[in-house]
Design a binder for this molecule. Structure first.
Ligand SMILES: [Zn+2]
Length: 469
């Protein structure tokens, strides 16, 4: 299906959500040909084909000696384990490695892409949840969504962050939550359906609710990067934790955390490094700059699906898979990070909700970020990229890789500063100022010429990309 006629101008928000559903078809990074309808998905299939001995820049873990909990100073979880990250804006709920959970009171900002309560429930187990305060989700408050009974703006509790889960529980005041399956309890403001959230439907959300959760259930601690090397994952009776880097969260079974404990810090630092390189290129952060979570969904259509969370196939947290996310901490020649860089790249293309410029190239633009990040990290690009300098193609027939090769022509000519400047211009525009469909290419053409100071029309013509000349 073509994306040509998509535009967010003058259409109702619900129509936009429908349009976004089409975008998902192309944005859902599924294995080749299965879901996306593309001959190939530029997202994750390629592999580095050569080893290189470059070191990944080490970021400062920076949290080991800071306060551990949004509510106060360092938290000793009882057995010497410390959990949670220090953050003055985003909530991390500190819990012991094992239940009973007891009672926790914390803030839930409307802009936060789901707060991990630290509670792990098994199917049929219950929690009492009380909420108070006000928030403003902006936009479509009160509108229904296409999964579950809750409406936009509701306070919602859910087990896991499974894509378009219908088992959403909306609570006003106080209520009892009953788990429909095993998993971590997340709470938050409902900003749209799960697809819309990928496209920054929380961007105008303000305010926070004060929330108290009470339960005898188990716990799911959040372990910050400064503690992952020594944390005793064997004490976590739920079998699940979240790991926190400076910019990412990773939801992981403890069996994997234990098996990969020696490389967990390196994995978080490499994902953080990719994020920081994406930020350097974009000049802005997605989703209010909060940590982006990688969640093993296991139900979503495809291998990975961008957003916050980035939803992943279950295999990506299993020790048996070389592609598992914790293996991002392996040496460069063995770390398969292209796919994770690609998903984060999607999020960086959606900043501020101005995403329409990606006509027939929704799977190409994220890889501008991937190529840039992996190059800076000394990790070889995937095979499909190495042929781009001499590639020829047509807008009318290209796949995701062809679109990427076209976009890379301008990087070859003008360097990475070209895209850094392009995105900084884009950052000044509201979503309504960015056209969709074929007119989008006129927009990109003109912005490319403004950015480069050169006539880029010959390149557009060669690749048969719509342009005003
Ligand atoms: Zn993708």
């Amino acid at each position: 299906m073509s994306l040509d006629r998509r535009s967010n101008k003058g259409i109702r928000p619900s129509a936009l959500v429908a349009a976004l559903a089409l975008a998902l078809l192309f944005g859902g990074c599924s294995p080749a040909g299965e879901i996306s309808g593309h001959a190939s998905d530029a997202g994750h299939l390629g592999r580095a084909d050569a080893a290189r001995d470059a070191e990944v820049p080490r970021t400062d873990a920076g949290v080991a000696d800071a306060s551990w909990d949004a509510g106060g100073g360092p938290v000793d979880a009882g057995g010497g384990e410390k959990d949670c990250y220090a953050d003055d804006k985003w909530t991390c709920v500190s819990v012991s490695p094992a239940g009973p959970y007891g009672k926790r009171t914390f803030q839930v900002p409307a802009a936060q892409n789901w707060v991990n309560t630290g509670l792990y429930l098994r199917a049929g187990q219950k929690a009492t949840i009380a909420e108070s305060g006000t928030w403003n989700i902006g936009g479509d408050a009160g509108e229904s969504i296409d999964h579950g009974p809750c409406v936009v703006g509701d306070f919602v509790a859910r087990i896991g962050l499974h894509y378009k889960d219908k088992a959403l529980t909306c609570i006003s005041g106080q209520g009892t939550f009953t788990a429909d399956k095993d998993g971590i309890l997340y709470v938050g403001a409902l900003p749209s359906n799960d697809l819309g959230e990928t496209y920054e439907t929380r961007r105008n959300a303000t305010g926070a609710k004060n929330v108290t959760v009470t339960s005898t259930g188990d716990t799911a601690p959040t372990v910050a990067s400064g503690a992952v090397a020594q944390y005793d994952f064997g004490k976590v009776t739920s079998g699940w934790v979240e790991l926190a880097g400076e910019h990412v969260l990773v939801t992981l079974p403890t069996r994997t955390a234990k098996a990969d404990q020696a490389i967990l810090l390196a994995a978080l630092e490499r994902l953080d490094a990719i994020y920081e390189l994406h930020e350097k290129l974009r000049g802005a952060r997605p989703q209010h700059g909060q940590r982006l979570r990688f969640f093993p969904d296991g139900t979503q259509p495809g291998y990975m699906l961008a957003g916050n969370p980035v939803r992943m196939a279950s295999s990506l947290v299993e020790v048996s898979s070389e592609d598992r996310i914790s293996n991002a901490g392996a040496p460069p020649e063995r770390a398969q990070v292209w796919g994770f860089a690609h998903e984060l790249g999607h999020d960086f293309t959606f900043v501020h909700g101005a995403w329409n410029y990606q006509d027939r190239s929704l799977e190409s633009w994220p890889n501008i970020f991937s190529v840039h990040a992996l190059e800076a990290l000394g990790i070889p690009p995937v095979d499909n990229v190495t042929g781009c300098p001499s590639a020829k193609g047509s807008y009318n027939t290209w796949d995701a890789w062809g679109g990427l090769c076209f976009l890379l022509q301008f990087q070859y000519a003008y360097g990475w500063k070209f895209y850094a400047d392009f995105f900084r211009e884009l950052n000044t525009l509201s979503p309504s100022q960015v056209p969709g469909g074929r007119p989008q290419w006129h927009f990109v053409h003109d912005l490319f010429e403004k950015t480069s100071g050169k006539d880029v029309t010959p390149v557009f013509r060669t690749w048969e990309v719509p342009n005003p000349g």
